[in-house]
Design a protein around this ligand. Structure first.
Ligand SMILES: *[C@@H]1O[C@H](CO)[C@@H](O)[C@H](O)[C@H]1NC(C)=O
Ligand SMILES: *[C@@H]1O[C@H](CO)[C@@H](O)[C@H](O)[C@H]1NC(C)=O
Ligand SMILES: *[C@@H]1O[C@H](CO)[C@@H](O)[C@H](O)[C@H]1NC(C)=O
Length: 534
């Protein structure tokens, strides 16, 4: 029972995550705007180079920058794809389709990455392929969806496991093409590095050699997202973070936020270093975006507190949230989603049956799939109690519910909060119809249930109920198809009998009679006065 409940709960969370992620990465046909944008992009690239178009400020205009960047990306076709991929040690290919808005979003980021990588002087060839126009090349390279990034080493495909922002593509490509760590030799180099990087790993090693250093480099290559830097001078390290006091060898993470430097305190082994990074790489409070959502959901920190609020409210919440995040570091992850961003916040709020008019604080335990809601005032003390309860497993999981109805009909409206008292704890037999608003057959079934209720209205030991499962939950109600008809015998509420939808009206009447009759007979033997009702 508990197992299946757990599985069910996990599935519901996984479903949300999938919904979210698919809405983020699934290519969708449409939006002529996106198409225009892409056509512009491609047109710019086809114009001849070096007309020296300059923006008013004297700096190159955006179009100019984009044009140059696009020029760095090699265009593949049926004719040259194989030659390019086989003939270079490292090639990163963007497979796109002209109609796909996600491709249009990724293309300038890809070009930006190509520019940065070229400046760094790497050996990576950045190329793109219109996979719709060059079907043969697309199939040869193994492009299956749009957009896709594929990485080739001497002609052999390797999975691309990096992020999709320009900066993330650069970091990943550097790691996999032989420059996994940036060495900072001077304070000015450190200052420049700091301007370009928000979160990074830092290692201090005297001569950049030895087994510990090798483990550090191994971790840098294996990690997919975080830039690694190395120093051997305390003064250079201090530029990166004044919190660094240790002049000998150390390893840590630096983040540009209140919690600046976290030092690694374990044995220098690649696995341990990677684990340290996974548990510490997020900021105290991570703002959820389309770009980082996949990474947030794959965090190894099982307990996550999600805060939904408008940007103005969040300004006041940030500091108390950071305090909590500091206290529960590496045990609870804190995520903020702007409630104005429907794509990000709606799927979560729907799980709780809430709108985000006011700040909402929720939590998830990804091991059990349980969800929690902070139902008290959002004060630092209450937030702390909520987090502490989450950590120690003493919070009551949240099940959504409509408000308790004031009136009752012949078929009673059951909600999450009344499911326990009316269905499970009552002494009557209960016939329950479970429906959802988007189910096609539900309305016809509802009419039949009304008729049944009418038929049995004189029987006091039988209650008819109906629950909208899209708005109401209860740990003992696990229904996946709608409508579902459940009969809860008075003496055995933990084992409801599921009726087949195909059962005829008469069949259901007979079924109910069997239970109710035996109940009434038992009642008769103890209490003669009910005789009249039969
Ligand atoms: C690619 O091939 C060259 C020449 O054979 C070789 O030196 C190099 O190590 C190979 N690179 C990779 C990443 O396999
Ligand atoms: C939300 O997603 C839809 C459909 O994928 C998209 O058209 C829309 O632009 C997105 N909105 C935001 C604010 O990202
Ligand atoms: C309750 O229902 C279960 C499953 O149908 C059955 O095995 C059990 O004997 C029932 N218990 C009683 C007290 O009727």
């Amino acid at each position: 029972m508990i197992q299946s409940r757990r599985r069910w709960a996990i599935r519901s969370v996984v479903l949300v995550v999938l919904l979210l992620v698919s809405s983020l990465i699934a290519p969708s046909v449409g939006a002529s705007e996106d198409l225009d944008e892409l056509e512009q992009l491609l047109a710019i690239e086809e114009e001849d180079e070096g007309t020296g178009e300059v923006g008013i400020s004297g700096k190159p205009s955006e179009a100019e920058v984009l044009k140059r960047a696009q020029g760095i990306v090699l265009e593949l076709s049926n004719d040259n794809a194989k030659r390019v991929v086989d003939g270079n040690e490292f090639v990163l290919v963007l497979g796109y389709a002209p109609w796909c808005p996600r491709s249009a979003e990724l293309m300038p980021r890809f070009a930006e990455a190509a520019t940065a990588l070229k400046e760094m002087g790497g050996r990576l060839v950045m190329a793109k392929l219109d996979a719709e126009r060059h079907v043969k090349a697309a199939s040869l390279l193994g492009i299956k969806g749009f957009p896709s990034l594929l990485f080739f080493q001497n002609g052999t495909a390797q999975p691309y496991t990096g992020g999709f922002a320009g900066e993330e593509i650069v970091i990943w490509a550097q790691k996999k093409t032989g420059s996994p760590v940036i060495r900072l030799k001077s304070t000015s180099a450190a200052e420049e590095f700091l301007r370009a990087h928000q979160t990074f790993a830092i290692g201090c090693f005297e001569n950049f050699e030895g087994p510990e250093y090798e483990e550090f480099v191994k971790a840098a290559v294996a990690d997919n997202n975080i830039q690694f830097a190395e120093v051997n001078d305390l003064n250079v390290a201090k530029v990166l973070s004044p919190d660094i006091k240790n002049g000998k060898h150390f390893l840590g993470l630096i983040k540009s936020e209140p919690e600046v430097f976290v030092e690694f305190g374990d044995v220098f082994e690649a696995d341990k270093i990677l684990r340290f990074i996974e548990f510490n790489k997020f900021p105290l409070v991570t703002t959820l975006t389309e770009l980082n959502s996949a990474r947030v959901f794959s965090s190894p920190i099982n307990l996550q507190v999600f805060v939904f609020a408008g940007a103005d409210d969040f300004k006041h919440l940030l500091s108390p949230l950071q305090d909590a995040a500091r206290k529960y570091k590496t045990k609870i992850m804190f995520v903020y989603a702007d409630s104005a961003e429907d794509n990000l916040s709606k799927p979560f709020l729907t799980l709780f049956g809430l709108e985000a008019d006011n700040p909402v604080v929720t939590a998830f335990d990804s091991r059990t799939g349980a969800k929690y809601l902070l139902e008290w005032d959002l004060t630092p003390k209450n937030l702390d109690e909520f987090c502490s309860g989450l950590l120690h497993g003493t919070l009551t999981p949240y099940f959504k519910s409509e408000s308790v109805p004031q009136t009752t009909g012949i078929v009673r409206k059951i909600v999450g909060r009344t499911f326990g008292p009316v269905i499970i704890d009552s002494s009557e037999n209960v016939f329950l119809e479970v429906y959802s608003p988007w189910c096609i057959d539900c309305e016809a079934t509802s009419k039949q249930v009304e008729k049944l209720a009418e038929h049995f209205k004189e029987v006091g030991s039988l209650i008819f109920g109906r629950i909208d499962a899209s708005l109401n939950e209860h740990p003992k109600l696990q229904v996946e198809n709608f409508p579902t008809l459940l009969f809860y015998p008075s003496g055995n509420k933990s084992n409801p009998v599921k009726l087949s939808k195909k059962t005829s009206f008469g069949g259901v009447v007979d079924f109910i009679n069997k239970y109710v009759a035996s109940e009434e007979v038992k009642a008769l033997s103890t209490d003669e006065t009910t005789k009249d009702e039969l």
